[in-house]
Design a protein around this ligand. Sequence first.
Ligand SMILES: Cc1cc2nc3c(=O)[nH]c(=O)nc-3n(C[C@H](O)[C@H](O)[C@H](O)COP(=O)(O)OP(=O)(O)OC[C@H]3O[C@@H](n4cnc5c(N)ncnc54)[C@H](O)[C@@H]3O)c2cc1C
Length: 293
Amino acid sequence: MPWSESLSKKIKTKVNLAGYTSFKIGGRAEYFFEPKNLKELQQVLVSAKQAGLRVFILGAGSNILVSQAGLSGLVIRLSSKDFRKCSCLGSCIVAGSGLKLNALISFSKKKNLSGLEFLVGIPGTLGGCLMGNAGAWGKSIGELVKQVGVLDYNGKLKLLTSKQLKFAYRKSNLNKYIIIWAKLKTHAAQKKVIVVKISQYLLRRKQSQGNNLPNAGCIFKNPGQGSAGRLIDICGLKGKAEGGAVISKLHANFILNTGNAKSKDVLSLMDLMRKRVKERFKINLEPEIKIWE
Ligand SMILES: Cc1cc2nc3c(=O)[nH]c(=O)nc-3n(C[C@H](O)[C@H](O)[C@H](O)COP(=O)(O)OP(=O)(O)OC[C@H]3O[C@@H](n4cnc5c(N)ncnc54)[C@H](O)[C@@H]3O)c2cc1C
């Protein structure tokens, strides 16, 4: 056991990750830990480093595919209330990385602060959203970030200012860190204006996605030459199934778990989508979801 006695009482073993992902797919994590606070997180990182364990940071699990074979190493989930705090600083919001985006948007609505509405309906945490520079309708979270508090994998705290941060389409330079909190730029607005924006964005999302089976959002990033979903659709792949996984008939860049999908089913559909798009358009599709194996 690589942990001190106090930590080993809190770290779970062989935890099935399927229930922690929006895909509802996945095997078991060798070690699984939800630290109570920053100190516990720092302690566990130091121990994991000494033991040479791989560390995975889990947000809401809405952008990952976990291997059915399970994961060796430590999965850390920043779900405790210390990582979900939220406050106002002038017209900015400072929020913990474990906070779900919808809770963050509710908070900003309550405080009459606007700017985050376009993110409504994205089922992730602030940490996952910042890591992948999540966005919708032509905007992404990176545009709003003023500062980010991170830990490196030795447990050392660091403050990154907007000058040190790099955000591009569905990526950031935060991938060597554990995101702890972020300061986001918003602006004062009337509550009724914020409420209208939220309902308009939710309606657009419902019309374009509307999937009620477990999924992980867009599987591939949009290539420069257009929408990945449209390219996959033109290849005639909507409705194509493999085991318990099927390509959505509504949005061809979504794979749905019809009940008993395994990670290999999803990977096999991904291979097919990539292969057909490459053959027909000479375009390489790059996964948007993170594959944990
Ligand atoms: C129905 C549906 C609709 C979606 N719509 C959109 C959309 O419109 N736009 C969009 O961009 N995405 C969308 N997504 C994808 C997903 O919700 C986002 O990418 C989201 O930001 C992922 O956050 P998460 O907390 O679930 O991250 P996870 O899936 O848990 O993790 C994703 C990555 O972020 C890392 N990570 C998570 N938290 C931290 C942290 N605190 N520190 C360091 N690394 C961390 C993980 O290690 C992993 O590499 C959608 C997904 C679904 C299921």
